[in-house]
Design a protein around this ligand. Structure first.
Ligand SMILES: [Mg+2]
Length: 510
């Protein structure tokens, strides 16, 4: 048996454990006993299969070809796509021609029009305090890594078209622009141009994971019934999965040996509600069909099934709301996000303490200012003559107020400086993927609400027993959090919760 382990597992005594701060842990939003899970399903694209940024570059280049042929400016061909331009979870505002980031409460917190960022004043003027109603067709969330090129193309074309015409696009033009981009990006996925390029040069576009087979083997050999459920077609699935898994682990000559059934061209999320019979393509391979047929074959349903995917809407939100299945979200960006946070861990801890200091300083300042007003009022009382005691009190309080004001200003300034220092390790335009300043980002909040577990890659399951009892961290209200920050040195390394929600303890592989 292949007993190699993910490279960032550390050895501790006789057993191997994940480092406490390892971005390769599985994090827990809702308790899940893996021992009670009978069947585990996996999505393929960006879940079992990690793509390299070259795939987004290719998808963008192919989409540009279609857009130019539909009459969009030739100059678009000169724009080089930057995979780091955006982050997942951005939202296109089709009514205004903007790309925005929202926080957990659906308030727009950052916005760009074309290649220009909004100032805070401009952003507040357009989006003021109303939370966005995301169900309206004005808003288009970019919630998969496949959709990342769309936000970049939208920004580029808004800038190019407005520069060409010298006027702002109207609402009909900004809506039509998005529809055309969507159509062209879809086309490169549908017309086989993207997939044929990937098939022709797998190493260029697909990042193999040497621990994937071991993770699947551990689950399967413990009695879990594994299935693959993907929107990709049979031919493409065969190519990708063969490249990833054939002969990776002794005893598994073909990738199909890991899975009890394989469902291709599934058409998620409608798959979860469809009743149609699947087409049998082989002994265990099914085309289209619906969830009821999958559950019938498995002989289990509801919360005995765990589904692992990367799409917050198609794999997690709709699954949770229509099937009762448990869910795990794969967030490949998590590793880079946690490594960036780790780089500035001292600054994050210092900022948390400064924020608590600020609360106490502002309370003390308000109290001193109130006392000062009382003393001044007493001095103005006609019945009060020259009162040396009041004069001394007033002078002392004035000095105290001045001191507190100075310390409040210095603490605020320090918090701003620390925030800038922390932020510089994240996307320069959009900041962290999962956070927006002191709140969760829209994407981070959806992940917290809908995914039972989340992790950076499927092979991270190799570090846990197939019977692992995943427990979420204890919820902390603000008063409890303040006590932790003030009194404990092991304050959460993400500035979020005391153990960051990591499942503990990981176990050694057998
Ligand atoms: Mg996917």
């Amino acid at each position: 048996m292949d007993t190699t382990r993910p490279s960032n597992l550390t050895t501790s005594g006789p057993t191997q454990q994940l480092a406490l701060t390892s971005p390769r842990r599985i994090f827990v939003n809702r308790a899940l006993k893996l021992g009670e899970i009978t069947a585990i399903g996996f999505d393929m694209d960006y879940t079992l299969c990690r793509y390299k940024p070259a795939l987004e570059v290719l998808a963008t280049e192919l989409s540009i070809g279609h857009l130019v042929s539909r009459g969009y400016p030739e100059a678009l061909r000169d724009r080089a796509f930057d995979p780091d331009w955006g982050v997942r979870g951005l939202v296109i505002d089709c009514a205004k021609g903007n790309v925005v980031k929202m926080d957990a409460h659906r308030h727009v917190t950052r916005a760009w029009h074309g290649l220009e960022p909004f100032t805070d004043e401009q952003r507040r003027e357009i989006y003021h305090a109303d939370p966005a109603r995301l169900s309206a067709d004005r808003w288009v969330p970019s919630d998969t890594l496949f959709a990342t090129p769309e936000t970049w193309l939208y920004s580029q074309l808004v800038q190019l078209l407005e520069a060409d015409s010298g006027t702002k696009l109207d609402i009909h033009e900004t809506r039509r622009l998005y529809a055309d981009i969507r159509y062209c990006v879809d086309l490169v996925h549908r017309d086989d141009s993207l997939k044929s390029a990937v098939r022709a040069d797998m190493p260029r576009y697909v990042e193999p994971d040497p621990h994937l087979g071991q993770a699947l083997h551990r689950l399967r050999s413990s009695g879990k019934r594994l299935f693959l459920l993907t929107n990709s077609d049979h031919s493409y699935t065969e190519h990708v999965m063969s490249y990833l898994l054939d002969n990776q682990v002794t005893g598994y000559r073909s990738w199909q040996d890991y899975f009890e059934s394989v469902w291709v061209s599934a058409g998620k999320p409608s798959f979860f509600q469809r009743m149609e019979e699947p087409i049998e393509l082989g002994a265990k391979i099914f085309d289209r069909g619906g969830r009821v047929h999958l559950e019938k074959r498995l002989g289990v349903s509801g919360d005995r099934i765990l589904y692992v995917g990367d799409h917050i809407y198609g794999d997690v939100l709709k699954t949770r709301s229509t099937t009762g299945w448990r869910t795990a979200l794969i967030v490949p960006e998590l590793e880079a996000e946690m490594e960036a946070l780790q780089t500035e861990i001292d600054a994050i801890i210092e900022r948390a303490r400064c924020e608590e200091d600020l609360f106490e300083l502002e309370s003390a300042l308000a109290s001193a200012e109130l006392n000062l007003r009382h003393v001044r009022r007493a001095e103005r009382n006609p019945g009060t003559g020259e009162n040396g005691q009041l004069v001394l009190e007033r002078q002392a309080l004035r000095s105290c107020v001045a001191d507190f004001r100075s310390r409040v200003a210095a603490t605020k300034s320090r918090i701003t400086a620390l925030s800038t220092q922390i932020e510089k390790h994240h996307n320069p335009r959009w900041g962290q993927l999962l956070k927006e300043r002191h709140k969760h980002s829209l994407f981070g909040n959806q992940m917290k609400d809908y995914a039972c577990l989340y992790s950076s890659r499927v092979s991270n399951f190799a570090a846990y027993s197939p019977d692992h009892d995943f427990q979420p961290p204890r919820d902390l209200l603000p008063h409890e959090r303040a006590l932790h920050v003030r009194n404990r040195n092991d304050v959460d390394r993400n500035g979020l919760q005391t153990n960051g929600g990591a499942a503990q303890p990981p176990v050694a592989a057998s």
